[in-house]
Structures are given as structure tokens and as C-alpha cells.
Design a protein around this ligand. Sequence first.
Ligand code: V07
Length: 264
Amino acid sequence: MLKRLIRKNEKTISIHVNDRKEKAQQEQLPGHIAIIMDGNGRWAKKRSLPRVAGHHEGMKTVKKITRFANEVGIKTLTLYAFSTENWKRPKIEVEFLMRLPEEFLATYLPELIEQNVQVQMMGNIELLPEHTKRAVKRAMEQTASNDGLILNFALNYGSRDEIVQAVQKIAQEVQEGKISADTISEDLLNNYLMTKNLTEPDLLIRTSGEVRLSNFMLWQLAYTEFWFTDTLWPDFDEACLMDAIESYQKRNRRYGGLKGEEVN
Ligand code: V07
């Protein structure tokens, strides 16, 4: 595994990711990490490879980071795999992307089961191709009783879409007399979102140098710490995740238990 070299007092100290992991585990970890996995196309372009080669390499990074997040003791990992906007990409690319969940699960589901990982999805799964739907539903079923890391894929997910769906459902229940309008609260709305069974993300990571949310978890990220890196997703590794976690812990320490709300 990668070592990071630090120059300190004229001495070069190498810190193994495992040491960093153990150190981080002695402090409060981000319970829920959400990642916008950007830069797969750019990674491929740099190598004169087709974009899909970047997506495929990105899938390998998903395995590596899932394994490591579980080892560190992260409780929930949400990964933005396919947005509602991604349908606008060339048909051939969309078709390739829609094969990735199957390929990923064919090679990795046994390990996920063994590692007690629970696979979840958020997004409009029903609109996925039949073969993709079958694979992801099977993975959710087969891991439903696991109580280790929750691996939550955002597939055909858009945050505004999620909020609109929630509002429609609430409006319908008001109309049917099941709830009254004056009981609508943040807590109630939370219960109509696709994340209703999850904690809010503590840490958001976006790779590849872009610094925007791109319609990802707009409601849920209200108090989340953001961490951006220029590293392209296929190049992202355990040491990068430790950078993000350590940065989170440093900020958390600075709050001294006040916890983010003192914005004034
Ligand atoms: C996808 C690889 C990661 C970089 C971002 C785009 C390409 C893993 C999955 C996946 C999804 C559901 C599931 C198991 C695996 C995936 C898509 C794209 C559409 F149950 N990676 N990955 N799905 N990429």
C-alpha cells in the first residue's frame, strides 16, 4: 500500500496508510461519507483510451474504497454512480454504464456478503434496464440482513427529483386526509426522501477538481463538511480517503464539540 512521505525536522518520516487508519480510529470518524466520483472520462482521455475504459477503471476504485472504508469503520458510504442527467450521454456509453453494476456484483458480491456489507440503492431504480434492475435488486436482497457497512449507490438519482417526489407524496396524503398540512416539518419531509433510513452525510468528497454539487443530496448536505481533490476518481486510493478523513477530523476538533451550527 502507498506510503506518504513527510519532511519534518530534517527527518523523512514515512507514514503507512494503516498507521494513519489506526490513528484516525482513535477519534470520531465520519459515520457517513458521500462521494461524487468524477474524472473517469478525463482519466481515459489522458491515456488516449475510450471514456468507457475510465468508467471501468473507476469501478475498480469503488471496490478498493468500499473495502477500505469498511476496514476503517465507516458506517455508510454513498456513491454517486449514475445521475438522472447521465441519460443524455451517448447511447453506447449509457449502455456500457448500465452493465457495470452487473459486472461489479458478479465479481464482488460474494466478498460484500462475507464482509457483512449491506447494499442499498437510492434513485429511480424502476427506470433502469431490466438486466441492471435484476442485478441490483438481487444484491439488495442478498445483503438485506447484513449489519456492517451500508454501501448506498445513487443510481438514476437526482436530488431535485427526489424532493419533488417527496412533496408529491406528502401532498397526496394531505389530500387523502392522512396527514394535515400543519404537521409538515423537516422531520416529516426527511421520512419521504430516499435517504429516510440513513444518517446525513458527515463528509462529502468530490474528485477531479470540480467544485459543485451537480444535483446531489441537496437537502441532506445542509451541515456536511466538503472535501475536494484534483485527483481523478480512477487514481483515488486509500491514502486519498485518509487525507479526507483527517481533514474532517481536524475541522471537527476545531469546533470543540460545538458542531457546525454557529454560523453567525
Ligand atoms: C459505475 C464506476 C465508478 C465511477 C463512476 C461511473 C462509472 C459501481 C457501480 C455499481 C452500481 C450498483 C451496484 C453495484 C455497483 C456502478 C454505474 C457506474 C452505473 F449495485 N461502479 N459503477 N454503476 N461507475
